[in-house]
Design a protein. Structure first.
Length: 266
């Protein structure tokens, strides 16, 4: 493999980190130049919080009786997933379609760092979205009753979960024909993926044939973990299952995405 591509040698890791950082900054600058897209991405979770809290919340029975406490952790997970997957898939597909990836291949830039930078930039965008959702949640009556350490771990796990799925989105972005297809292909599966879970309603309220899947959905175990830690309770096995899903998706999708990008670069 060419040293100009992967910076092999004693300074390899230093160059790789520098490349990934530069790619992340490049993507963040693109977000800064299109603030309207970021604004729409931030408005969506607020709309979900308001609609489910005040329009549908009164008709949904949840453990503890307070739908605000039940709702917000689910909104956190859903919006981080949508932000990570849609942003990465569309961004990668757009770069492929406009020939940006071809330009990177002609430069002494690590090919894996190109995708690492893309996915890392989504963490920053998700962090902004989480702050907005916290503010909106507090306004509708959500309370953070947990200790600082478990709640910090909850947010870290949430962002890591979104980061892992952004690598799946990178695969989608390289597989489709363009940004429009990435927008559809990157999000259409997220609706059943997030709704068939404990995001908005208790799993026990679903038909029996759905409960078997919903109880073990990666979305459900993460939402249940966040609810427990935000409420000051023990998350039990849900926390370990959430971590296992995060590591598993990352371990499978990240190498696959890098391999596909290198294959397209060959």
């Amino acid at each position: 493999m060419s040293t100009t591509v992967e910076h092999a040698g004693a300074h390899g890791y230093r160059w790789w980190i520098s490349d990934a950082w530069e790619m992340a900054l490049r993507n963040l600058k693109h977000i800064q130049r299109t603030p309207d897209l970021l604004m729409y991405a931030l408005i969506q979770p607020v709309m979900f919080i308001v609609l489910f809290r005040y329009v549908l919340g009164g008709a949904i029975d949840v453990p503890g009786g307070d739908y605000s406490q039940f709702l917000l952790p689910g909104i956190f997970v859903q919006m981080v997933l949508f932000g990570s997957v849609a942003g990465t898939a569309v961004g990668v597909a757009d770069d492929m379609g406009r020939g940006i990836m071809d330009r990177f291949r002609s430069m002494p830039v690590s090919r894996s760092a190109v995708l690492v930078g893309r996915t890392l930039s989504e963490i920053a965008r998700n962090l902004v979205a989480v702050v907005v959702m916290i503010a909106a949640g507090l306004l509708v009556g959500f309370r953070f009753d947990g200790d600082p350490l478990p709640m910090t771990a909850a947010f870290a796990l949430l962002l890591a979960f979104g980061y892992a799925f952004s690598w799946l989105a990178a695969l989608i972005g390289m597989a489709v024909s363009g940004a429009e297809a990435a927008q559809a292909g990157g999000t259409v599966w997220l609706f059943p993926f997030t709704f068939i879970s404990s995001t908005f309603v208790p799993v026990s309220s679903m038909p029996g044939w759905l409960q078997a899947y919903a109880e073990h959905s990666p979305v459900t175990v993460l939402v249940d973990t966040l609810r427990a830690w935000f409420g000051g309770h023990d998350a039990g096995s849900s926390a370990w299952q959430s971590l296992a899903w995060t590591v598993g998706v990352l371990a499978v999708c990240a190498p696959a995405a890098v391999a596909r990008y290198r294959g397209k670069s060959a």
